[in-house]
Design a protein around this ligand. Structure first.
Ligand code: SIN
Ligand code: FE
Length: 293
């Protein structure tokens, strides 16, 4: 198996996890590995198999989004009745992933924040989009409209494809190497421009120098076709019935193909990592020689 993955033998969302395994999983995650749970599937209920269709997402959305904190569903034009079923399925995935994350990464338990749940019923390959939105190119996640100010982006993914089709990813080089390669080429943050973006409400919250660099890093990686082709990378195929977890702000990844997948996002303040020196914030600060938040 790929050195970029570390596999753990966990087959249930609610099963207790012994401390040594939790420690190893946390260490793997923080060091930028993909935590791979080959046997952890998310089972759909009989009446939910009707959601295994690309049509359940809006024509111009690639995914259905659910916010468990307020119970809202977006990105779908299903009838109100079907939306109830969709919400219940999404809610179950959100509950399942939270239970898992709390057990697998107990160190994060008190400070991790559960954010959006998404269901991706549309084929990932061949969606037309601008290069910045093209997730078939290697990148680290950075959401320009939602500055994180250094908070980690932890994501849980589960392939639920009913036809045996894996989700095909590429996984690239370690974050330190991405930074070494690109940092010098990125524009310097501009304090005034950041304030203006915030004032006209283009960004929610302050866009820190960290957010500036992450956004430009994301774009610079995607824009460089030579990098995409030649950087050290590996193809990884996640079969249906498997789950994987990454800090997606750190792990260089590209989603090449696949259909029908769930994803749950969590945020974690850097200070609550076991070793915060491995956070993109700290890596960038060391490289830039100054504080970035
Ligand atoms: C991404 O985060 O780049 C997309 C992951 C996926 O859809 O498999
Ligand atoms: Fe991504």
């Amino acid at each position: 198996m790929s050195e970029r993955l570390v596999e753990f033998d966990i087959a249930g969302w609610q099963t207790p996890i012994a401390t040594p395994m939790a420690t190893q999983a946390t260490e793997a995650l923080e060091s930028g590995k993909v935590v791979y749970l080959r046997e952890l599937s998310f089972l759909l209920k009989e009446n939910e198999s009707q959601f295994l269709s690309a049509d359940v997402a809006d024509a111009n959305s690639k995914n259905v989004r659910y916010d468990i904190r307020i119970g809202t569903l977006a990105g779908t034009s299903l009838s109100p009745e079907l939306q109830r079923g969709m919400r219940s399925m999404m809610n179950r995935y959100a509950d399942s992933t939270r239970a898992l994350v709390n057990k697998l990464f107990p160190a994060y338990r008190t400070h991790i924040i559960q954010a959006r749940t998404s269901y991706r019923p549309v084929e990932a390959e061949g969606r037309l989009s601008s290069y910045r939105k093209d997730d078939t190119r290697l990148h680290v996640d950075a959401f320009p409209a939602t500055p994180t100010a250094g908070r980690r982006i932890l994501r849980v993914f589960t392939n639920v494809n009913p036809l045996g089709v894996p989700r095909h990813w590429r996984v690239g080089e370690p974050f330190e190497e991405v930074v070494q390669r690109f940092l010098k080429t990125l524009p310097k943050p501009n304090w005034l421009a950041a304030k203006v973006l915030q004032m006209i409400n283009l960004t929610r919250g302050e866009r820190t120098a960290y957010d500036h660099y992450m956004h430009h890093l994301h774009n610079a990686m995607k824009a460089n076709l030579d990098y995409q082709k030649n950087v050290s990378q590996e193809d990884v195929y996640f079969p249906p019935g498997s789950t994987w977890i990454v800090f997606s702000d750190q792990v260089s990844h590209a989603a090449m193909s696949g259909q029908f997948m769930f994803e749950q996002t969590f945020y974690l303040p850097v200070a609550h990592m076991v070793n915060e020196q491995q956070a993109p914030l700290r890596v960038l600060e060391r490289a830039a020689g100054r504080s970035l938040v």
